[in-house]
Design a protein around this ligand. Structure first.
Ligand code: PLP
Length: 239
């Protein structure tokens, strides 16, 4: 069945629950934005991974226009049933052999190598499209996380100019789960420095995707323009 805004409805209780959480989160986002004093706009990306299409519909009804997924296949299944004018964000690790499918996303947050950039640019070019991307930076150096290290940014920044079907709009990062506030601020500031470095080298680079359910307020204080929120909106994924 195809789900559209006028099609099968989302359960009223669920819609109300999600709308209430979104309203609360929006207040917190605005408060953090004012505390940070950086004057940026903040986009709430609702992370619907592991949740069904009704999560997308509930968020959309509550005014959210940006949806994040970490796996290409799971996202494609949802795109195929949700006929809503939302912007799709790919926030998870991307393999080069999925570059073609990744061009269905409005913004790919997870470019973590020149080879992936090359594959994405080629895929975008083959369909006459310009693909908007962020460079994922691994500021903390945790081996479990993907992303380029901050000291690789200057070279990568130069190299990325070769891929004319990509637009490098900024940087994405993930902070460690068990970090102290000081450590979190250091990670977020490191991502901000990488974003500024990309801009200094001539990329559009104005976006900063950082902050998840546990740390989004600090991320906003440190300059996040996109926060990626799953658990605080849709509850536990039961992992
Ligand atoms: C799952 C995920 C999120 C959302 O995490 P929550 O803690 O549930 O808000 C954000 N970013 C990435 C890359 C993710 O994989």
């Amino acid at each position: 069945m195809r789900i559209s805004d006028r099609g099968r409805d989302v359960a009223p209780d669920y819609a109300e629950l999600v709308a209430g959480r979104i309203a609360g989160v929006r207040d917190r986002i605005e408060a953090a934005r004012l505390r940070g004093g950086r004057g940026q706009d903040v986009t709430l990306v609702a992370v619907t991974k592991t949740h069904g299409p009704e999560a997308v519909l509930a968020a959309f009804r509550a005014g959210v226009a940006d949806v994040g997924e970490n796996k290409v296949q799971e996202a494609e299944a949802k795109m195929d049933v949700v006929a809503l004018p939302v912007r799709w964000h790919l926030i998870g690790h991307l393999q080069r052999n999925k570059a073609k499918s990744a061009t269905r996303f409005d913004l790919v947050h997870s470019v973590d190598s020149e080879r992936l950039a090359q594959a994405l640019s080629a895929a975008a070019e083959s369909i006459g499209r310009t693909q908007e991307v962020l460079v994922q930076v691994n500021v903390s150096g945790e081996s479990s996380k993907s992303g380029v290290s901050p000291n690789e940014i200057p070279l990568l920044a130069d190299r990325l100019h070769a891929y004319s079907s990509l637009r490098v709009l900024g940087v994405m990062t993930m902070a460690p789960f068990d970090a102290t506030e000081t450590e979190l601020r250091t990670v977020f500031a490191g991502a901000r420095a990488a974003q500024e470095r990309l801009r200094a080298s001539g990329h559009a680079s104005t976006l900063l995707s950082m902050g998840m359910s546990g740390d989004y307020e600090l991320a906003i204080e440190e300059g996040a323009t996109h926060v990626r929120l799953g658990t605080v909106l849709f509850g536990d994924r039961g992992a």
